[in-house]
Design a protein around this ligand. Structure first.
Ligand SMILES: [Zn+2]
Length: 384
């Protein structure tokens, strides 16, 4: 699926979804941030259920879209059943969770005004969010926002995008938190020179220092890591990048993720102290710059317990609590309302790829669990 934010495919999909929401009896609209919101005709308290409908440049068919369809289907099935017809579920599809322009654009708009930085963020073709809203005819529309008197929380289902549920033979993951992410950029400055005439002892090879750094980092990171910590050197560049030139500079980015802020802090210190050590030792100078920094997001314990209790009833022994290693819209939403998430297994743990898939039976089971959890949350509100 190739459905990047504000592309024709994305806008067509939003219109399609809006039509389905209207057919389901929801008061639906595409708002001024391209969010599709289908408001239940019932008075609150209401739960918001959904996900994002944009994809990565080469994305899978379930990342985001599955959670959106869960929201539509849960709103629809609750309205169809006399026992639950009075419960209110507002279905939603957020815009640009994947960051084609800026991550979690739609969710941010739902909980507050968009910042100038967000509106000026550009896609790979240099188009800004403001220009895209203009082009798609959305710039004059109102933005639909969080109603504290109506909305009691947000539920999102998503594919796991990792191998844990499948490996353990489980059907449902109840998300405890979304991992925090930090990235640190490390630059190596040596001396560019002739690769044939410069003796080894006289060299200040920035690439050698960079590769050594990548190697030396592994052991101390393992020593401070938690059970689900991950770290990646996903960017590594050598300049000027010719086989007969000793690289004068090199650059890498270390990104690490963990559900615990204290673990992130320890990993941060490991990277920084290795930078200091290598810089002091020479002959290449090593400097560090902080990049992305996202704190871990803890899911609301009350909502989490409802999802866990429902999973315990509907898929006994086949569910587990787990952190999310990928980022999701609740990173933004949870600062304003209680959030909970449910995962279903990804086949082979593959995502952000055309091969992304899940078994149909698992997709159905996840929706069944989330629908029943939603009903029990809403009933607890109306009866109490
Ligand atoms: Zn997603």
């Amino acid at each position: 699926v190739v459905r990047p934010t504000f592309s024709d495919a994305d806008m067509d999909a939003r219109q399609w979804l809006c039509d389905r929401m209207l057919e389901a009896g929801l008061d639906a609209a595409i708002d001024g941030a391209a969010n599709v919101v289908g408001r239940s005709p019932n008075t609150g308290p209401a739960l918001i259920i959904g996900s994002h409908s944009d994809t990565q440049p080469n994305g899978g068919w379930l990342d985001g879209a599955m959670g959106v369809i869960y929201g539509l289907e849960i709103a629809r099935s609750l309205l169809e059943d006399a026992d639950t017809a009075q419960l209110a579920v507002d279905a939603v599809a957020w815009s640009d969770e994947e960051g084609t322009y800026t991550s979690c654009l739609g969710a941010s708009s739902f909980v507050g005004p968009l910042s100038t930085t967000q509106l000026q963020a550009t896609n790979a073709h240099g188009e800004s969010v403001s220009q895209a809203l203009e082009r798609t005819g959305l710039s004059d529309r109102d933005r639909i926002t969080f109603e504290p008197d109506r909305h009691i929380g947000y539920l999102e289902a998503h594919i796991e995008q990792g191998p844990h549920l499948e490996t353990a033979g489980l059907k449902v993951g109840v998300v405890t938190s979304i991992v925090g992410i930090r990235s640190l950029a490390v630059s190596f400055t040596g001396e560019q020179n002739h690769a044939g005439t410069t003796p080894m002892a006289a060299r200040k090879d920035a690439a050698v220092a960079m590769f050594e750094f990548g190697f030396l980092l592994q052991e101390p990171m393992r020593a401070v890591a938690g059970p689900t910590s991950v770290w990646t050197i996903g960017v590594a560049e050598v300049r000027p990048g010719a086989q007969s030139i000793i690289p004068g500079s090199a650059h890498l980015v270390v990104q690490f993720r963990d559900p615990e802020e204290t673990t992130l802090e320890r990993m941060d210190q490991v990277v920084r102290s290795l930078v200091d050590d290598m810089d002091r030792r020479g002959p290449v100078s090593v400097t560090i710059a902080a990049g992305e920094r996202i704190s871990p997001t803890v899911m609301d314990t009350t909502l989490q317990e409802f999802v866990a209790a429902t999973a315990g009833k509907l898929v006994p022994g086949q569910w587990a609590r787990m952190p999310s290693a990928a980022g999701h819209d609740p990173m933004v939403l949870s600062h304003h309302m209680p959030c909970a998430m449910l995962f279903i297994p990804s086949i082979g743990g593959i995502s952000h790829d055309f091969a992304e898939d899940s078994h149909e039976a698992d997709i159905v089971t996840g929706c069944h669990v989330l629908a029943n959890a939603a009903a029990s949350i809403l009933r607890s509100q109306t009866s109490g």
